[in-house]
Design a protein around this ligand. Structure first.
Ligand code: N01
Length: 540
């Protein structure tokens, strides 16, 4: 830590101590924590209500694939006891109700301004503050700027020729309307078979006259086996609040998954198959052998197991063949499903391989691939997100010398942060689930809580020591980014085209700007930095 000229400035009085963008899990906990610590804070949220991605992802079938007992705030035992989740994997309406409950319970709404988009945030070196620009032409100032915009909030609608001329209705799963979309009697097309597509497809299939799925890459399918939670299980969970919290924070993935602590080849073939079968029957993720994501052969054993399940479920051999994934298992975000493969046994569902016959254009009547035209009344884009950097780059964030975040990170080609929390040249800016944090590979709510708690501790420290500015040092940032890249390059994840690697967005630079050292290790490093007096940061 470098400390210089303690308490020298600032002269200007700011509108707020902190301005936060976004009223999702991150923004709301940040607001609550700031207020509890005696800071003034304001949240600006573009949507009509709180909820973040869970406000917008209201497509039929939307459900979280992290278990509800940990996809929830753990900072308050009272809150944990008051709220009761109904199912193993919470659905979107229930998560949104929860976030509304939190907003009301902690009286957060009075400091959240809805229907307000932040267009820019510029650091003012003279006044040592941030000026935050609002889409109505006004601006506010704050000492600290916290874009809590999430990594999966910038919807990606591919730039298909002809979309504007489409005579039917079209929707993106991540911007789903509040009004019910009626699929009855309609010819519906869905593009995309990631987590969102896999959830919406079985629901549309039950309603629509005909559903055509346009699949570019088949995914490995694992059953979710969602179910209602048993009252006794809920009672025990609440009674074990402290233990659950500790388990989450001592885990690699921010949840209750137990790693196997051995190579897949340390067990016999029979033991391995039994473990995979048990995981398949239980639903949820496959067993976490240590070498699955580093060793091609280890990876193939799980891939083969999951591929073998497809023809057992899908009756038509040609369709089953089209559904066979070939990339390294789990190197695209794993997808948990309910009745997805079974949906292809329905007479009103067809599967089109658009890798083999790419989409050429959207026509007024539907969609044309290089092979055939499909007439459609409704087109659903389950085409994912410009992830990780996309939401940040939508805002003109400028630090010292007027350099924008986009310029500094070379449009995503050279991302560098310190701990995923801060970035050199952008003093008093804090990221939550930012690039180079463990988000994306970890239960997001767990990362959010840890980031918020780290930020609050830091702000209290600055206040107690009469300091105005914190900025990541160049060397510390370079060291962190190097370790992030090295960890990623030792895995199979970097070899696959996914939103993790930026390959889903044409022209986006490739990389894997997420910390893969595990959540527990991340927390240890973040704590160590604090214990060493904010090592790697300059404080003024
Ligand atoms: O997006 P995706 P998502 N032409 O990027 C295809 C979280 N989440 O919204 O694989 C044709 O995974 C693309 O094909 P390909 C979760 O972290 C969680 O489904 O790139 N196809 C792919 O099939 C998740 O991982 C939950 O070849 C095109 C699909 O669209 C993340 O959000 C629910 C295309 C996009 O899949 C993103 O999931 C929902 C094109 N031009 C989301 N462009 C749960 O908790 C893209 N595709 C359950």
């Amino acid at each position: 830590m470098n400390v210089a000229q303690q308490g020298s400035k600032p002269s200007q009085v700011n509108d707020f101590d902190a301005v936060i963008i976004g009223a999702g899990f991150a923004g709301m906990y940040m607001l609550h924590s700031l207020r509890e610590a005696g800071f003034s804070a304001k949240v600006f949220e573009a949507a009509e209500d709180v909820g973040g991605v869970w406000y917008h992802n209201r497509y039929p079938g939307a459900r979280c694939d992290t278990e509800s007992i940990v996809y929830t705030y753990l900072f308050s035992e009272k809150l944990y006891n008051e709220w009761t989740w109904s199912s193993r994997y919470p659905d979107q309406p229930e998560i949104l109700s929860y976030l509304n409950y939190v907003a009301d319970n902690f009286n957060l709404r009075k400091d959240i301004q809805l229907n307000t988009r932040i267009t820019a945030a510029h650091y003012d070196e003279d006044n040592e503050n941030w000026r935050i620009y609002i889409n109505d032409g006004t601006s506010v100032t704050a000492k600290y700027f916290i874009p809590a915009v999430g990594g999966l909030s910038a919807a990606n609608v591919p730039n298909f020729k002809g979309l504007n001329n489409f005579k039917g209705e079209w929707y993106h799963t991540g911007k789903w309307p509040k009004e019910k979309v009626d699929f009855k009697g309609k010819r519906v097309g869905v593009i995309g078979t990631g987590s969102s597509g896999v959830q919406i497809i079985p629901i549309i299939a039950k309603e629509a006259d005909h559903l055509t799925v346009f699949q570019r890459t088949p995914q490995y399918m694992i059953p979710a086996r969602n179910h209602q939670l048993d009252p006794e299980y809920i009672r025990k969970t609440k009674a074990n609040y402290e233990e659950i919290k500790q388990q989450v924070r001592n885990s690699a993935t921010g949840d209750l998954r137990k790693p196997m602590n051995c190579s897949i080849f340390d067990v016999t073939k029979e033991e391995r198959l039994q473990a995979l079968e048990e995981a398949w029957e239980k639903g949820g993720f496959m067993p976490g052998y240590t070498d699955i994501f580093t060793n091609e052969k280890a990876n193939e054993t799980v891939a083969e197991f999951l591929r073998s399940k497809i023809p057992e479920i899908v009756r038509d051999p040609k369709t089953a063949e089209k559904l066979m994934p070939t990339y390294y298992y789990g190197t695209k975000r794993q997808v948990l499903n309910t009745d997805y493969l079974e949906t292809y046994n329905r007479d009103n569902v067809s599967l089109i391989d658009v890798k083999k016959a790419p989409i050429e254009e959207i026509t007024p009547e539907g969609l044309r691939t290089i092979e055939k035209e499909y007439d459609l009344d409704i087109l659903v884009f389950a085409t994912g997100y410009d992830a990780i950097t996309g939401p940040l780059f939508k805002i003109d964030i400028r630090g010292k010398d007027g350099i924008s975040l986009k310029e500094k990170w070379k449009n995503g080609g050279q991302i560098s942060t310190y701990l995923g929390l801060a970035t050199t040249g952008f003093p008093n800016l804090f990221l939550i689930t930012g690039p180079e944090s463990p988000a994306g590979f970890t239960n997001n709510v767990a990362v959010i809580e840890s980031n918020v708690e780290w930020i609050i501790k830091c702000l209290k420290y600055l206040r107690e020591h009469d300091l105005n500015i914190i900025e990541a040092e160049k060397e510390a940032e370079a060291g962190w980014s190097k370790s992030v890249v090295e960890l990623a390059n030792n895995t199979l994840f970097v070899k696959t085209e996914s939103w993790w690697t930026g390959a889903n967005i044409p022209g986006k630079p490739r990389g894997l700007p997420l910390y893969l050292g595990g959540f527990k290790k991340y927390l240890e490093i973040c704590k160590e930095v604090v214990d060493k007096g904010y090592e790697g940061f300059s404080l003024f």
